[in-house]
Design a protein around this ligand. Structure first.
Ligand SMILES: [Zn+2]
Length: 447
C-alpha cells in the first residue's frame, strides 16, 4: 500500500474521515469527517483563527452567506471564466480535464494543441477525442419558488450559485466594515467557510474534492505599499505552518508563479507547495490581487469602494493581498507530517506524532484492570480531574494495556495515564509517552 492509501485506511479505521454517503455507495468528490476528524479539523481552524484574527489588531472576521447575489460572480469573472477544459473520448464517452491527462499544457489549451499531443484515453486506451469545451465549475441552483414548467426567462432569473470561493463574501463586506469599524489601513478581513467546485475528476482523497472549507484573508493595503504587507504575510504563513501546525519546514516549498501562469488579476503569486505522499502539491497560495475585486464591485454596483486616510485625507481604492488555504489540504498535510510506522518491542506500529495543540485527545486515562472496582473508581477520579483541566481527554478500559497503547498511538494521543494498585497508596500514576514509548511515574497533582 502507498503511504496515501495507508493514511486513507487509518482515517477510516479510526473515525477521522469516511467516504461521503458511503452507505449508498458513496458520492464522488465528497468526504465526511468522523468523530476524531471533526476534532482535528476544528482545532486546525481554531488555531488559524487565533493566530491570524484574535491575536492581531489589524484583522477582523466575517462570516458571509454561501448563497450570494449572482452579480457577485458576474463582477468577479467567475460566470464567464471559472471553467476547466473538458474533453470527451468519442470511443467510450469518458470525460476528463484535458490539462490533467497530458503534460505540459494548462487550462487555456486549445483543441488542436491537445490533439497534437496524441494522448491515449486513460479508460479505453484509444485516441479519438472531441473538441475541448469550457466547463464552468460553479454549482448552480434555483432560488425562490420556481417550478420546472416556468418559462425560460423566469427560470434564468432565479439562477444562483454555491460560492466557489469564500473571498467574494469578504469583498462584498469591505465597505460595511470600513463604515462601521473605521479600520486603519493596512487591515485584513478573514473568513472560514465552505466553498464548492464541480471538479471534473475529483481525486487524491481530500486534496481535490467538490466541497471544501477555506480559510482566507483579504488584506487591504495602500497601493504603493503592497510589498511590505506581502512580505509580512509571507512570513506569517511560514510561522503558522511550521510553529503552530508543526509542519516540517523542509516539506514546504515556495513556488513563485510565473507571470503567464498567474490568475489574470494577480501581479504576484507564491504557491506554498507541500510534499504530500503522492508528490508536491499546492497547500496554499499568497496572491497580490491589486484592486481587481474592489474595482469590479465599484463598476458593477455603482458604489464607491474608496478608502479615506484618516490622517492625510487622501482617498484611494485599496489594493489587496490574499493568503488562501484549504482546510482539507492542511488537514492532509498535518496527517502526512505526523504519520510514522516504526517498531516497538519487535512489533510494528503506526503512530501519529501530532503536535499537542492538534491531537484530538491530549491524554488517555485507563485503569490497569477493568474488573477491579477500586482501580476503575480511582481512574475515573483522575479522568475527571484531567478533563476539567484540559478538556480533550479520553477514557479507555478496553482490551489489554498494549492494545490500548496501539490504538492511542494511531489516533495521536500524546500521553496515556494508567492507574494501578500503587496509585491507591501513593497517588502516583504511570505516564506513557506516545513518541518514544517511555514510561515514568508521576504524581496525579503534577499531571
Ligand atoms: Zn475512452
Amino acid at each position: 500500500m502507498s503511504k496515501l492509501d495507508e493514511i486513507v485506511s487509518l482515517c477510516k479505521r479510526r473515525g477521522f474521515i469516511f467516504p461521503g454517503s458511503e452507505v449508498y455507495g458513496g458520492f464522488a468528490g465528497t468526504w465526511d469527517f468522523g468523530p476524531l476528524g471533526v476534532i482535528l479539523k476544528k482545532k486546525i481552524m481554531d488555531e488559524w483563527w487565533k493566530f491570524f484574527v484574535e491575536n492581531r489588531d489589524d484583522m477582523y472576521g466575517v462570516d458571509a452567506a454561501i448563497l450570494m447575489n449572482p452579480l457577485v460572480w458576474k463582477a468577479s469573472g467567475h460566470t464567464a471564466t471559472f471553467a476547466d477544459p473538458l474533453v470527451e473520448c468519442k470511443e467510450c464517452k469518458s470525460r476528463f480535464r484535458a490539462d490533467k491527462i497530458a503534460d505540459g499544457i494548462n487550462e487555456s489549451v486549445s483543441s488542436e494543441e491537445f490533439w497534437n499531443l496524441h494522448v491515449k484515453c486513460p479508460v479505453c486506451g484509444k485516441e479519438n477525442w472531441g473538441p475541448i469545451r469550457k466547463f464552468n465549475m460553479m454549482f448552480s441552483t434555483h432560488v425562490g419558488a420556481v417550478l420546472p414548467d416556468d418559462d425560460a426567462e423566469l427560470s434564468e432569473k432565479s439562477v444562483a450559485y454555491l460560492r466557489p470561493e469564500t473571498a467574494q463574501g469578504i469583498f462584498v463586506n469591505y465597505k460595511n466594515v470600513v463604515d462601521t469599524f473605521y479600520p486603519t489601513i493596512p487591515f485584513g478581513l478573514a473568513q472560514q467557510g465552505k466553498a464548492f467546485r464541480n471538479e471534473i475528476s475529483p481525486r487524491d482523497f481530500i486534496l481535490r474534492d467538490r466541497e471544501c472549507s477555506q480559510m482566507e484573508i483579504e488584506y487591504f493595503v495602500k497601493p504603493s505599499e503592497w510589498e511590505v504587507s506581502f512580505e509580512m504575510l509571507r512570513g506569517l504563513q511560514h510561522e503558522f505552518l511550521e510553529n503552530v501546525m508543526g509542519l516540517n519546514a523542509s516539506s514546504i516549498h515556495e513556488f513563485e508563479v510565473a507571470p503567464e501562469d498567474r490568475a489574470h488579476y494577480s501581479e504576484r503569486t507564491i504557491d506554498f507547495m507541500f510534499d504530500y505522499p503522492n508528490g508536491s502539491e499546492e497547500l496554499m497560495g499568497l496572491a497580490y490581487r491589486t484592486d481587481f475585486d474592489l474595482a469590479n464591485i465599484a463598476r458593477e454596483s455603482g458604489k464607491s469602494m474608496e478608502y479615506r486616510d484618516k490622517n492625510t485625507g487622501e482617498t484611494y481604492v485599496p489594493h489587496v493581498i490574499e493568503p488562501s488555504i484549504g482546510v482539507e489540504r492542511l488537514f492532509l498535510a498535518v496527517l502526512t507530517n505526523a504519520y510514522f510506522e516504526d517498531e516497538v518491542d519487535g512489533a510494528s506500529r503506526v503512530v501519529l506524532k501530532l503536535p499537542e495543540n492538534l491531537a484530538p485527545y491530549r491524554f488517555c486515562v485507563s485503569p490497569l484492570l477493568k474488573n477491579k472496582p477500586e482501580l476503575v473508581e480511582k481512574a475515573q477520579e483522575v479522568y475527571q480531574i484531567l478533563r476539567s483541566r484540559y478538556g480533550n481527554v479520553t477514557w479507555d478500559d478496553s482490551g489489554n494495556i498494549g492494545k490500548r497503547y496501539r490504538k492511542q498511538d494511531e489516533i495521536g494521543t500524546p500521553k496515556c495515564v494508567v492507574i494501578d494498585f500503587d496509585t491507591l497508596n501513593d497517588n502516583s500514576v504511570t505516564v506513557r509517552d506516545r513518541d518514544d514509548t517511555s514510561q515514568v511515574r508521576v504524581l496525579i497533582s503534577e499531571l
